[in-house]
Ligand binder design. Structure first.
Ligand SMILES: Cc1ncc(COP(=O)(O)O)c(C=O)c1O
Length: 383
């Protein structure tokens, strides 16, 4: 007899498996350079830590409103004014336990069991795994170099003719490739979703980490989109588990009722601390300058080592590399790179269940000197 539900049969997150294998080698005394997980190597900004210390010193850390502390919701809304010139009502902002909880809330609020949701590939694996666990049908939409690795209105119309979608989730910059949807293309995509009655969820978690590419929030195109964001990446707060959504006014109450029941409220300490994150720009821009230098290094040194088919890295902190020339088994390729070169990278199968067998993702969120050493090791290993 099995106790497991069918919905629990989600795929592993291979980046985490690679990380466990890397930790095991480190316990044996090996020096491993970590390029497998997508998290900032830099500490949380000082202002955020100090804000948390002040709250801890006061001592009382209780529940908050399910939608988030009003002061934080107002601060996030103000950020859209400063960063994008947008006037967003604080009532539309929902504070979440990382963007991960935002996906759950958005999917539950928008879709019913059996609804179809489009997910571009390559893409972040949790979308498809959460959707499946919630009983939704995932429609993968493969992107290619032809459309600069983004979904276009034409592609959407083709999908719609065969498997009509209720929703679509798109990340810009994307994970694993850091590629962005250009402002005009975003406008066209938002318009196409509106025309087809598709609810668009934009994952803007890598906003702020963009290297010269023009950035627009989907909120500039329509009030009917759901935008998901987080303090994890630009703000270097992965472990604080705090993020947010901006939703249309018509769904706020449904999201509130879901949030009340699913988790009561988001971690209060993190909410207090997150308000200070918006004051840490100087420190965070320094961290970003480090990523920009790492990005240049990888874009120069990976091709010199023979790994020369790379997707456009407009933002985020990843290089997604086509290694089909060397392997059609990216899991084994990553395993050998870890054991023989001491560099941990993520097999593309996490992000694309078919073509990913010929791809690897390198995260360059680590220290500059580690990235340089990784490039030396990969160059020697590739020989
Ligand atoms: C595209 C994307 N969305 C969401 C997440 C989840 O982030 P968090 O739950 O820490 O906000 C990640 C994490 O790597 C990601 O790459």
């Amino acid at each position: 007899m099995t106790f497991l539900s069918k919905r629990s049969a989600v795929e592993p997150f291979r980046a985490m498996d690679v990380m466990s294998a890397a930790f095991a080698l480190e316990r044996e005394g090996r020096r491993i350079i970590h390029m497998e997980v997508g998290e900032p190597g830099a500490p949380t900004p000082r202002a955020v830590r100090e804000a948390a210390e002040a709250v801890l010193a006061r001592g009382r850390i209780g529940y908050t409103e399910a939608l988030g502390m009003p002061a934080l919701r107002a601060r996030i809304a103000a950020h859209y004014g400063a960063a994008h010139g947008l006037d967003i009502a604080p009532e539309r902002v929902v504070v979440t336990t990382g963007s991960s909880a935002g996906f759950n809330l958005a999917f539950l609020a928008l879709f019913d069991v059996g609804d179809r949701v489009g997910v571009p590939t390559p893409g972040y694996p949790a979308y498809r795994n959460i959707l499946k666990a919630l009983g939704l049908e995932v429609v993968e939409i493969p992107t290619t170099a032809e459309t600069r690795w983004t979904v276009t209105p034409l592609m959407l119309a083709e999908v719609q003719a065969v498997t009509p979608l209720k929703g679509l989730i798109v990340a810009s910059p994307n994970n694993p490739n850091g590629t962005m949807v250009a402002p005009d293309d975003l406008k066209a995509l938002v318009g196409a979703c509106g025309g087809h009655g598709i609810r668009l969820i934009m994952d803007e978690i890598y906003h702020g980490l963009v290297y010269g590419f023009p950035t627009t929030s989907a909120l500039a195109c329509s009030d009917d989109v759901i935008v998901i964001n987080s303090f994890s990446k630009y703000y270097c707060m992965t472990g604080w588990r705090i993020g947010w959504m901006v939703v249309p006014p018509s769904i706020v109450r449904a999201v509130e009722c879901l949030a009340q029941n699913l988790s009561i409220s988001v971690n209060a300490l993190s909410q207090h601390a997150a308000i200070a994150a918006f004051e840490a720009t100087e420190e965070l821009e320094e961290v970003k300058a480090g990523y920009a230098a790492n990005r240049d290094l990888l874009l120069r040194r990976l091709p010199a080592a023979g790994i020369d088919d790379l997707l456009p890295v407009d933002g985020a902190f990843y290089v997604y590399a086509n290694v089909r020339r060397f392997t059609n088994d990216s899991i084994e390729f990553a395993r050998r790179m870890l054991h023989e070169a001491g560099v941990a990278a993520t097999p593309g199968l996490d992000f694309d269940t078919t073509r990913g067998a010929g791809y690897l993702r390198f995260s360059f969120a680590g220290k500059g000197e580690d990235m340089a050493e990784a490039m030396d090791r990969i160059a020697a290993w590739m020989k």
